[in-house]
Design a binder for this molecule. Structure first.
Ligand code: NAD
Length: 423
């Protein structure tokens, strides 16, 4: 989603949905602009005793359906600080729509610090001081009933635990787990968080397959990106009877038309650092991977992977966007013209936010569900999200990406209008 100007992309998608729904300019403008974007200065004492100032953001896009929800990333996009601000704003808007598509009663937020902890080799202590300073700086605007952050690029359960600790102590409580999700299990994290995005994506593919009359048993699957989302999508699709024929990571792509064993490929990758070289497979290019003849293509790596040229050569029946923004806007009409069903990112990778929502619910009630209970509840949200999107795609004769936006925007407008404006 970060091709060119992510904020412009977000507005374009909103405008498309507003014109289909005939939403007037005032409401459109209300939906476009985030409610609040906080930019904070973060002075940190480094290990060498010197002070270094970092900059952080939190964008709160819309909370008409519930508290803001969205990740915190530690990242340094090429475009610099100004680009990061736009990106965070756009990502917070996409969180609003993602929550609404799968009918999770939360709004959209996103934030982060302009820093690349891996590149800069920050020590653990420096990183902890920076994280806690950020938590302090945004503490006034977050909270279990206000804004509930989560992990994102280069942040993990460890940083979430530190943010929770700062917030809890500042608000005079020892433990306020509902302020953040993606926590370690010991602090009230949810079971199934690790598998959530891949499993949710597999549920979504299962529903799409039923719709187009594709049998998942023996269906051929290609996965770009063998990380968290990609490996669990592979594992669960395999459990549903499908055959993984090609996968890739940052080092390259491999194929075996007879099928790859998803778990063994992961073991191989963990041992050697890449899927490339896996016994019995052949190395292929990225373009060959994406355009391999298959039933389902799962882009689960980076944004902007499918351009117009690739789109023309695609030979799949379903594209399930586990990654955020893997398809460039120019490719969409070509894919639609080829009658390939696209499961857009805000639907196909919403398993993560569904489980985050369920983590927050468990924290708030102080009672914890089993893995199967959590997975079943997530499945219900995703299945309904798919069916509601499909119904609108048929009603308005539009592709699934625009249908998902129409569904989401309509749900937010309904909540906004029901409340009215005050003051
Ligand atoms: P990850 O870091 O665990 O995995 C990413 C994988 O992509 C790695 O295997 C990496 O080697 C591979 N990769 C990187 N560059 C590549 C390239 N050029 N070609 C092929 N593979 C390449 O990340 P993840 O959490 O699995 O996230 C993947 C995508 O899914 C991202 O777009 C992310 O925003 C999206 N997503 C993830 C979650 C989640 O809960 N993990 C939720 C929503 C969306």
């Amino acid at each position: 989603m970060v091709q060119g100007d992510p904020w412009k992309n977000a507005l374009k998608q909103l405008d498309d949905a507003c014109s289909i729904l005939k939403i007037d300019k005032g409401v459109r403008d209300y939906l476009a602009e985030p409610n609040k974007v906080l930019r904070v200065k973060l002075p940190v004492k480094m290990d060498n005793g010197k002070i270094r100032v970092f900059i952080g953001f939190r964008s709160q896009h819309n909370n008409d359906r519930g508290p803001y929800k969205g990740g915190i990333r530690f990242f340094d996009p090429e475009g610099g600080l100004e680009y990061m601000e736009k990106e965070v704003k756009a990502l917070s808007a996409w969180m609003t729509w993602k929550c609404a598509v799968v009918d999770v009663p939360l709004g959209g937020g996103k934030g982060g610090i302009y820093v690349n902890p891996k590149k800069e080799k920050l020590s653990e202590n420096e990183l902890e001081r920076l994280t806690r300073r950020f938590a302090f700086a945004i503490s006034e605007i977050i909270g279990p009933k206000k804004d509930i952050p989560a992990p994102d690029v280069y942040t993990t359960g460890k940083e979430m635990a530190q943010i929770m600790d700062v917030y809890s102590k500042l608000s005079g409580m020892e433990n306020e787990p509902g302020v953040i999700t993606g926590k370690p299990i010991a602090l009230g994290g949810s079971l199934a968080r690790n598998v959530a995005t891949g499993l949710g994506c597999a549920y979504c593919i299962r529903e799409a397959a039923k719709t187009i009359g594709l049998k998942l048993k023996g269906a051929k699957i290609v996965i770009q990106g063998y990380g968290n989302a990609g490996t669990f999508a592979a594992e669960y699709l395999e459990k549903m009877g499908a055959k993984i024929i090609a996968v890739s990571d940052s080092k390259g792509a491999i194929i075996n038309p007879k099928g790859l064993d998803s778990k063994k490929v992961l073991e191989y990758k963990n041992k050697t650092g890449s899927v490339v070289g896996y016994p019995g497979s052949k190395k292929i290019s990225t373009e060959e991977l994406l355009t391999t003849k298959c039933d389902v293509l799962v882009p689960a790596a980076l944004e902007n992977q499918i351009n117009a040229n690739i789109a023309k050569k695609l030979q799949c029946k379903i594209i399930a966007e586990a990654a955020n923004g893997p398809t460039m806007p120019e490719a969409d009409p070509i894919i639609y013209g080829k009658k390939i069903m696209v499961l857009p990112d805000i639907l196909a990778n919403s398993g993560g936010v569904c489980i985050s929502y369920l983590e927050w619910v468990q924290n708030n009630m102080g009672y914890y569900w089993t893995f199967d209970e959590v997975a079943k509840k997530m499945e219900d949200h995703i299945t309904r999200g798919f069916k509601d999107t499909l119904a609108l795609s048929r009603k308005y004769k539009i592709d699934m990406r625009r249908a998902a936006m129409v569904l989401a925007v309509n749900r937010v407008v309904e909540a906004f209008k029901a409340k009215g404006l005050w003051p």
